[in-house]
Design a protein around this ligand. Structure first.
Ligand SMILES: *[C@@H]1O[C@H](CO)[C@@H](O)[C@H](O)[C@H]1NC(C)=O
Ligand SMILES: *[C@@H]1O[C@H](CO)[C@@H](O)[C@H](O)[C@H]1NC(C)=O
Ligand SMILES: *[C@@H]1O[C@H](CO)[C@@H](O)[C@H](O)[C@H]1NC(C)=O
Ligand SMILES: CC(=O)N[C@H]1CO[C@H](CO)[C@@H](O)[C@@H]1O
Length: 677
């Protein structure tokens, strides 16, 4: 059992749990980050805070129809409207300005970093907002690799997790089928009509993250959010119990708010039909049914359609400068799927996203690939020539060996564990970012491992985990003294410096209804800011690791879209052609159920905007960036038999598999075989 902080220790980086082990003939490998052998000599930092030209703007007096507003160059004054809008509100403001939110409430914008918001209801796609003086405004270029990504996840919001929003789950934890994932949460809620049924989820969307969070995020010196979104933002099929489509409405609000405060979005497709990792945050805990098992191909086809639908939406001109990054699949389990199969899926997703957006700088999202828990170095050279791809890695040290060593002993662990490999990946792969990391050095915290699964730290987790003592010192944050807070701060700063481009997991942890407080404090950026263990200015991380030879920009031109080519060599394309010939735990893809491309495509709708002056109209887009992308949706073939998409890898393929006749429009969907018990 290794302990963080011990030189030469090995670290398990991922979230793992015991009872979710996929029923698979392959054993799940514990991916261990290669031992950081010996000492990495990390010396003085050469921090290169990039001084962007502030590009101070004069007030928008060039437009008579807009509110006159503030001079962003002197943003501390509250502007007043000089325009013809009916509401006479300021359209921009800096530190200390009064903001009127969507619902008419007001708050004071606090941003000591020269950021300013921008919102003009007559010009709702204006990208003039800037989060800080040192981060580009949304209508300026974000220079990947030069401008640093300093972000937070909005975890647990549109894709719930028990440990992030325990209050939602606590209500149903003693139910006959306890709520342990969003599937069982949804079935419990739906049955609980007296509490509002499944719509209770919408109450959560409305309250957990609001406009003010985006303002606070900018004021915290952060310039990005990563937003986990489940596939059911688009649709559900068959008996899938999730609240369909509603969270998309809230994602649209997120776009509006991000735009208003100058925050860029990394949209992360977090839950795929059938589940890509079997974890509680993938919709359903248990089996992996994407690229694994008899429904592994069909579910991947369906997932690729969802990727396409999202890519078409966010690649529209109205959205591309806000949603600048697209994490196409969160945490797929390479150890189950296989590197080759995952790579083929990733290339197919690349082709789909680039068809939606076109290649070249400014055309559409940076495509973010999770490393699948494979050593980052193994992704070096992946998809040569590809335009704007980035590697997403989730370094955690809290899910393996536990130690009761003091927090202060971890001060430099991120430097020794991560700085070097992230730095190397910036050259070998291209842009590499930590899509998730936290302050946790133990797995203490209510339901951090899943509902009622206990913690390794105090010996209550399944398996042989000798107790290190009570979890209380790690979770009872109101009792933390300055020593503890400073130690966490050092760990956070070292993490930020080692990772360079990062998204903390997560912005907010909700209160437990049992204790009335946050039970997993190591995972909340906001709580740390409020209570003095997160840095008020994340730039203060620069140089903490003392890396004397950090990676030097720029990225290769194709990595930023600069080359405008974006084509993967034919030799690579043919060796990674789609579909894969075989699927793990299922065999030849030709013998598995598959869908056919004859369905109509559900296009995502935009928010509606009412223009106050009544003269102009706002074009919010038709949801589809590339009208030339006219292929139909993968849907069931009427004459084929299918298994439940969530059936699990051990089910035998249906028989007879298929007559081969394609489903014709209007033919009802075939019955699916029930999940074997
Ligand atoms: C960004 O938008 C603001 C507000 O409309 C405008 O003043 C500024 O000129 C724009 N900057 C660029 C580079 O287009
Ligand atoms: C948790 O409850 C406390 C006390 O009521 C409140 O101040 C705080 O805002 C709540 N935190 C969250 C994340 O909701
Ligand atoms: C970081 O990467 C650069 C190559 O860009 C290399 O020269 C340098 O030695 C690396 N530094 C560390 C600390 O790994
Ligand atoms: C059993 C299971 O899937 N547990 C996961 C639930 O989510 C937390 C937080 O992401 C993970 O740490 C657990 O492994």
């Amino acid at each position: 059992m290794s302990q963080a902080g011990t030189p030469g220790a090995k670290y398990l980086e991922e979230k793992h749990a015991l009872y979710n082990a996929p029923r698979s003939s392959k054993r799940r490998r514990w991916i261990i980050l290669g031992s950081i052998a010996g000492l990495i000599i990390v010396i003085i930092a050469v921090a290169v805070p990039v001084a962007l030209t502030a590009n101070k703007k004069s007030s928008n007096s060039d437009s008579a129809t807009r509110g006159g507003g503030n001079d962003p160059a002197n943003p501390s004054s509250t502007g007043s409207s000089g325009g013809s809008g009916s509401k006479n509100l300021a359209v921009t403001g800096g530190d200390g300005s009064k903001v009127t939110t969507d619902d008419g409430s007001t708050f004071t914008y606090s941003n000591s970093f020269g950021g300013y918001w921008y919102w003009d209801e007559n010009d709702p796609f204006n990208n003039g907002a800037r989060p800080q003086s040192w981060s580009p405004a949304l209508n300026e270029t974000f220079n990947w690799g030069i401008d640093k990504i300093r972000g937070v996840n909005l975890g647990g919001w549109l894709n719930t997790e028990p440990f992030i929003v325990p209050a939602l789950y606590e209500k149903y934890v003693n139910a006959r089928t306890p709520a342990v994932d969003e599937w069982t949460l949804s079935t419990n809620m739906a049955a609980d009509t007296s509490s509002g049924g499944l719509q209770q989820l919408e109450d959560h969307y409305k309250t957990f993250i609001t406009e003010e969070d985006f303002a606070e995020i900018a004021g915290a010196g952060l310039n990005f959010v990563r937003i986990p979104l489940p596939y059911w933002a688009i649709e559900t099929r068959h008996n899938e119990p999730f609240l369909a489509k509603t969270c998309w409405t809230y994602f649209l609000k997120a776009i509006k708010w991000a735009r208003k405060y100058g925050i860029r979005i990394n949209l992360d497709l977090h839950a795929l039909p059938g589940s890509q990792n079997g974890w509680n945050h993938s919709g359903k805990l248990g089996d992996i049914n994407v690229l694994n098992g008899p429904m592994g191909y069909a579910n991947a086809q369906r997932s690729l359609d969802y990727i396409r639908i999202l890519a078409e939406f966010i690649s529209q001109d109205q959205y591309k400068d806000v949603v600048v990054m697209f994490g196409i699949t969160n945490e797929p389990q390479e150890s189950v799927m296989g590197m080759e199969v995952l790579s083929r899926y990733y290339l197919q997703a690349y082709n789909i996203v680039r068809e939606a957006s076109g290649v070249g700088e400014g055309k559409g999202p940076m495509i973010s690939y999770h490393d699948g828990f494979v050593d980052r170095a193994q992704w070096a050279g992946f998809l040569p020539g590809a335009d704007r791809i980035t590697l997403d890695s989730h370094p955690y040290i809290c899910f393996n060996g536990q130690s009761n060593a003091a927090m202060s002993t971890y001060a430099k662990s991120p430097c020794t564990n991560w700085a070097n490999s992230f730095n190397e990946s910036m050259s070998a792969f291209g842009l590499t970012a930590a899509g998730e990391f936290s302050n946790a050095v133990t797995d203490c915290g209510k339901w951090v491992n899943g509902v009622n699964l206990g913690a390794r730290y105090d010996g209550t987790f399944a398996g042989n985990w000798p107790s290190q003592g009570s979890c209380d010192p790690w979770t009872d944050w109101p009792a933390w003294d300055d020593t503890m807070k400073q130690a966490i701060m050092q760990f956070a700063l070292a993490s930020m410096d080692a990772l360079q481009n990062w998204f903390f997991w997560t912005w907010k942890i909700g209160n437990s209804t049992v204790s009335g407080k946050v039970e997993s404090p190591a995972w909340s950026y906001q709580l740390g800011l409020q209570n003095g263990w997160m840095p008020k200015d994340p730039r203060s991380a620069a140089g903490v690791c003392g890396n004397t030879s950090p990676w030097q920009p720029p990225l290769a031109p194709s990595q930023t879209g600069g080359s405008g080519a974006g084509s993967v060599p034919a030799s690579v394309s043919s060796s990674l052609a789609w579909p894969p010939p075989t699927i793990s735990n299922a065999g030849a893809v030709t013998l598995l159920p598959s869908y056919t491309q004859t369905g109509s495509v559900p296009t995502l709708t935009a928010a509606t905007f009412s223009v106050a002056s009544g003269t102009a109209t706002v074009d919010a887009g038709n949801g589809w960036a590339n009208s030339g992308d006219s292929a139909s949706m993968y849907v069931a073939i009427a004459t084929c038999s299918y298994l439940d998409p969530w059936v699990g890898p051990n089910a035998a393929p249906p028989s007879p598999l298929c007559s081969g006749a394609a489903r014709r429009a209007g033919v009802p969907e075939p019955l699916i075989t029930a999940v074997p018990s």
